[in-house]
Design a protein around this ligand. Structure first.
Ligand SMILES: Cc1cc2nc3c(=O)[nH]c(=O)nc-3n(C[C@H](O)[C@H](O)[C@H](O)COP(=O)(O)OP(=O)(O)OC[C@H]3O[C@@H](n4cnc5c(N)ncnc54)[C@H](O)[C@@H]3O)c2cc1C
Ligand code: FES
Length: 355
């Protein structure tokens, strides 16, 4: 089944920092249920008149539990494609093509009610964390939250004012430790990066019940690695650790790249997509998704970093190498599912069924 983009009108643009904007969408009545979301999920966005392959994932920074419209927050990357356009050219009243929300970086209020949390963010990694944080404060009356949030400079802290206000309004439940790597003598917060060493001390001091808390992390690979190492040293149960990465490099940095056991060669692969069965060539540098795109097909995909499973398909025959397959459960792997955005065919008899 094709996963459709919907054309949404931009109703507001909020300049959060010199390098980040929040984009608020107007949802017509008939799309409200399609865009129902959970805190921590993300939207996939492309320009209406742009190349359909130039799509990017953006975490939803609003909370479904607050009376506020759906919003994403985009940090401009130097020489980035869509993030620069959205920061510099987008105007209120423009339209963007947006896929319905997906993602599993979501707190489980149903089976784990009244949990306490530690949230870790750096830079634009605050976006899903902000949604999660606001949702916990609203939904879970008794939950306590410690947020550790790292940035380069004071000016680059996204949602700084909102977070300070939340800390005041929910004092006793929300504690925030802001960290800066470039600061002046007036800076009262954490100085320098969060490292494995100082994180273990900060957790012991500010959240001594850390082993019973749920931990949510989002940020660049280096910061995530420091947090994961600290949590390992402190013997925090892995089932309590939830992470979201924004790039494939970040995922590989955290998990280590799995190397293929055999050489990857050009292969001819049979595909079933949207009811049609056909064959394509897949070169060693291509995944199934990129090979399909080269042939003019538009398979379902979003993150392209093996994190969302939008590109999931069933391998009817043949074997595949995937450097990342974060988004598949053990059950799905056993049943032959693959993530086609990361899959390279290893045999000539490969048959991939999207339908
Ligand atoms: C699940 C998920 C959620 C995300 N949520 C957010 C979010 O909430 N906010 C946010 O800001 N981002 C988020 N991202 C990241 C976002 O999807 C984009 O990756 C990001 O905005 C960069 O896109 P871009 O088109 O601007 O950059 P791209 O054009 O994709 O470029 C990315 C980087 O590569 C460099 N580059 C590009 N082309 C080349 C080249 N030929 N040679 C060398 N370098 C090159 C660019 O300089 C740039 O720094 C998320 C990603 C995922 C997977
Ligand atoms: S597109 Fe997200 S896992 Fe493949």
């Amino acid at each position: 089944m094709a996963i459709d983009f919907h054309r949404l009108k931009v109703s507001e643009i909020i300049r959060e920092t010199p390098e980040a904007v929040s984009i608020v969408f107007e949802l017509p009545e008939e799309l409200k249920s399609v865009f129902d979301y959970k805190p921590g999920q993300y939207l996939t966005i492309k320009l209406p008149d742009g190349n359909p392959a130039e799509r990017r994932a953006y975490s939803i920074s609003s909370s479904p539990h607050w009376d506020e419209p759906i919003m994403v927050t985009v940090k401009k990357l130097s020489e980035g494609n869509l993030s620069v356009h959205l920061n510099e050219k987008l105007k209120v009243g423009d339209y963007l093509d947006v896929m319905p929300p997906i993602g599993a970086f979501v707190p489980d209020f149903e089976t784990k009610p009244n949990s306490h949390y530690v949230l870790y963010a750096a830079g634009s990694g605050i976006t899903p964390i902000f949604s999660i944080l606001k949702s916990i404060l609203k939904v879970e009356e008794h939950s306590k939250i410690l947020l550790l949030y790292s940035n380069r400079t004071l000016e680059s802290i996204i949602f700084h004012k909102n977070l300070i206000e939340l800390q005041q309004n929910y004092s006793g439940r929300l504690k925030i430790i802001f960290g800066l790597t470039q600061y002046d003598n007036n800076w009262q917060g954490h100085k320098g990066r969060f490292t494995t060493l100082n994180l273990t001390a900060l957790l012991q001091k500010n959240a001594p019940d850390f082993r019973e808390r749920e931990h949510f992390l989002c940020g660049p690979a280096g910061m995530m690695r420091q947090v994961l190492d600290a949590l390992e040293i402190l013997a925090v149960d892995k089932a309590r650790i939830h992470k979201e990465s924004f790039t494939a490099e970040d995922v590989i940095h955290q998990n280590g790249a799995k190397k293929p056991d055999v050489e990857i060669l050009p292969r001819r692969v049979k595909i079933k997509l949207y009811g049609e069965t056909f064959e394509i060539n897949v070169e060693p540098d291509d995944t199934i998704v990129s090979a399909l795109q080269k042939e003019g097909y538009m398979p379902p995909y979003s993150c392209q970093i093996g994190a969302c499973s939008t590109c999931r398909a069933k391998a009817i025959s043949g074997s595949f190498y995937m450097d990342i397959c974060e988004a598949l459960t053990e059950e799905e792997k056993k049943n032959g599912y693959i993530l086609t955005c990361r899959a390279h065919p290893l045999e000539d008899n490969c048959f991939v069924d999207y339908d």
